[in-house]
Design a protein around this ligand. Structure first.
Ligand SMILES: CC(C)(COP(=O)(O)OP(=O)(O)OC[C@H]1O[C@@H](n2cnc3c(N)ncnc32)[C@H](O)[C@@H]1OP(=O)(O)O)[C@@H](O)C(=O)NCCC(=O)NCCS
Length: 200
């Protein structure tokens, strides 16, 4: 069955401090190629010691097709600078998965991820009818794990030895976090009330 286009994810998604701006696969690849030169970012995300080539960065990323895969640049509304990237992948059944990179390290520790995810999840639930947010994260990626906690995600499982961590030279376990059902509905209601999604 061909999935329908989700127009709401093809336009700007605005939060109090940021705009999620739709970008193409190549724009995403160029940004990620730059960000993945940072050892600290690779140690959390790809777990590869060697920075990827531009072509490999491109291959890592699927095409933004307007139906199941969406790429956004995270833009600071004040300076208009791009500070990171965000990808959303839709999978059966009515589920979305995420990947974020805050390439500009000055923004780490400033609650960017909870802010942009709240607005994005409101759109995914209200405009795309999704029923579950599901993410896999490296068990040692504490920033990410804590971010899922801040958004009310529940730890629902693990994928042991899902990748090899070249930085620690050992297999890496991944944890699965989910937000769905009543918890998802309550969160979306509360985030709408607090103004997490700003009219574009
Ligand atoms: C993941 C990432 C976006 C998190 O950045 P961030 O949202 O600014 O996260 P923070 O630095 O605020 O960390 C979140 C929390 O974890 C805590 N934390 C972060 N690293 C930690 C560590 N090594 N040990 C203990 N706590 C840690 C922070 O103190 C913060 O807690 P607080 O809000 O109570 O102070 C950023 O690290 C990044 O871009 N990493 C590379 C890509 C990546 O890993 N993406 C996620 C996989 S999809």
């Amino acid at each position: 069955m061909r999935r329908r286009r989700i127009e709401a994810l093809m336009g700007d998604i605005v939060t109090p401090r940021f705009v999620l701006k739709p970008i193409t696969r190549w724009q995403m690849a160029r940004l990620q190629h730059r960000y993945l030169k940072d050892d600290g970012i690779r140690a959390l995300l790809t777990l590869h010691r060697k920075p990827p080539s531009l072509w490999r960065s491109f291959r890592r990323i699927g095409r933004a097709n307007g139906r199941t895969r969406f790429h956004h640049a995270i833009v600071d509304r004040t300076t208009k600078a791009v500070i990171g990237t965000h990808s959303t992948r839709l999978i059966p059944f009515r589920t979305a998965g995420f990947e974020v990179i805050l390439g500009e390290r000055a923004w780490w520790g400033r609650d960017v991820v909870p802010e942009v995810r709240k607005a994005l999840i409101i759109v995914l639930v209200r405009q795309a009818g999704l029923e579950q947010m599901l993410s896999l994260v490296h068990s040692r990626n504490f920033g990410s794990v804590l971010n899922y906690g801040k958004l009310g995600f529940e730890h629902v499982g693990a994928s042991p030895m899902a990748a090899y961590d070249e930085f620690r030279d050992e297999p890496a376990d991944f944890l699965v976090f989910s937000l769905r059902g009543d918890a998802l509905r309550r969160s979306v209601d509360a985030w709408e009330k607090e103004g997490a999604l700003v009219a574009a």
